[in-house]
Design a protein around this ligand. Structure first.
Ligand SMILES: [Zn+2]
Length: 103
């Protein structure tokens, strides 16, 4: 996947199109990510140790990675990922616009 936990991303499609948020969970197996405050769904929760009251809770639902674009921390633009190699041979993700490393 081109994004991972902690990345700031812009939402490209769906109900929350245009929103930005950090990835709080990545699910590589399904090519999905959970982004804070994006794609919120209401769940009916039975009382449990975590939710002693039960009732309706709002929770982020996973969205497909193709619907998000990483935001460059350097130029602040949503960007596609370029790959570059550091002097030590390590491969890092880089911004297509300004070339800044995203890792
Ligand atoms: Zn950039």
């Amino acid at each position: 996947m081109h994004v991972k936990k902690g990345d700031l991303v812009k939402i490209l499609a769906g109900r929350d199109k245009g929103k930005q948020g950090h990835i709080i969970r990545a699910i590589p197996k399904e090519n999905r990510v959970v982004v804070e405050k994006v794609n919120l769904v209401k769940r009916h929760q039975r009382p449990s140790p975590a939710y002693p009251e039960g009732g309706i809770i709002t929770k982020e639902a996973p969205i497909h990675v193709s619907n998000v674009m990483i935001i460059c921390s350097s130029c602040k633009k949503p960007t596609r990922i370029a790959h570059k190699f550091l002097d030590n041979g390590k491969k890092v993700r880089a911004c297509k616009h300004c070339g800044a490393s995203l890792d």
